[in-house]
Design a protein around this ligand. Structure first.
Ligand code: CA2
Length: 141
């Protein structure tokens, strides 16, 4: 089983600022934590982080027929991107939306998620553990 883990804009900056919202661990720490959980579950993982909407759409399309599940934190594109939502629907790969913080309890503009209806589950507000939960959900399928 292979899972693609997609992270959107500024996730590569984790740990650098706003530790009160996103914690003090870095993107490399996140990759290490998911890699370790995946090994325990016997799942292969591929990581992709981009600050560009089109690159994320391209990556999701490339996953068609090659990947069994997608974990996606679209970051700010969550609240704006119909293109990413459409790409998830187009490939038909089960996807889990993950957010480190809980966007529904923050500013009004973070309360909409275009991606949510395209996903089988949403995990929010659980920090990095949310990605591990998403991995377990997809591994069980
Ligand atoms: O809580 C999440 O995981 C978010 O997807 C993170 C996004 C935000 O736009 C979403 O509303 C919720 C932000 C990604 C990281 O942004 C940083 C900001 C400052 C310092 C480091 C990262």
């Amino acid at each position: 089983m292979k899972i693609l883990v997609v992270n959107g804009p500024n996730i590569n900056m984790l740990g650098i600022r706003e530790p009160e919202i996103y914690g003090s661990r870095t993107y490399s720490d996140l990759v290490a934590q998911i890699t370790s959980e995946a090994a325990k579950l016997g799942v292969k993982v591929e990581f992709f982080q981009s600050n560009h909407e089109g690159a994320i759409v391209d990556k999701i399309q490339e996953a068609y027929g090659k990947v069994d599940g997608i974990i996606i934190n679209p970051a700010a594109y969550t609240h704006t991107s119909i293109a990413i939502a459409d790409a998830i629907k187009a490939v038909g790969i089960p996807a889990v939306e993950v957010h480190i913080s809980d966007p529904d309890t923050r500013e009004e503009f973070r309360r909409v998620s275009y991606v949510r209806p395209a996903c089988i589950a949403t995990i929010k507000g659980k920090g990095f553990d949310g990605y591990l939960e998403a991995l377990r959900i997809l591994a069980k399928r």
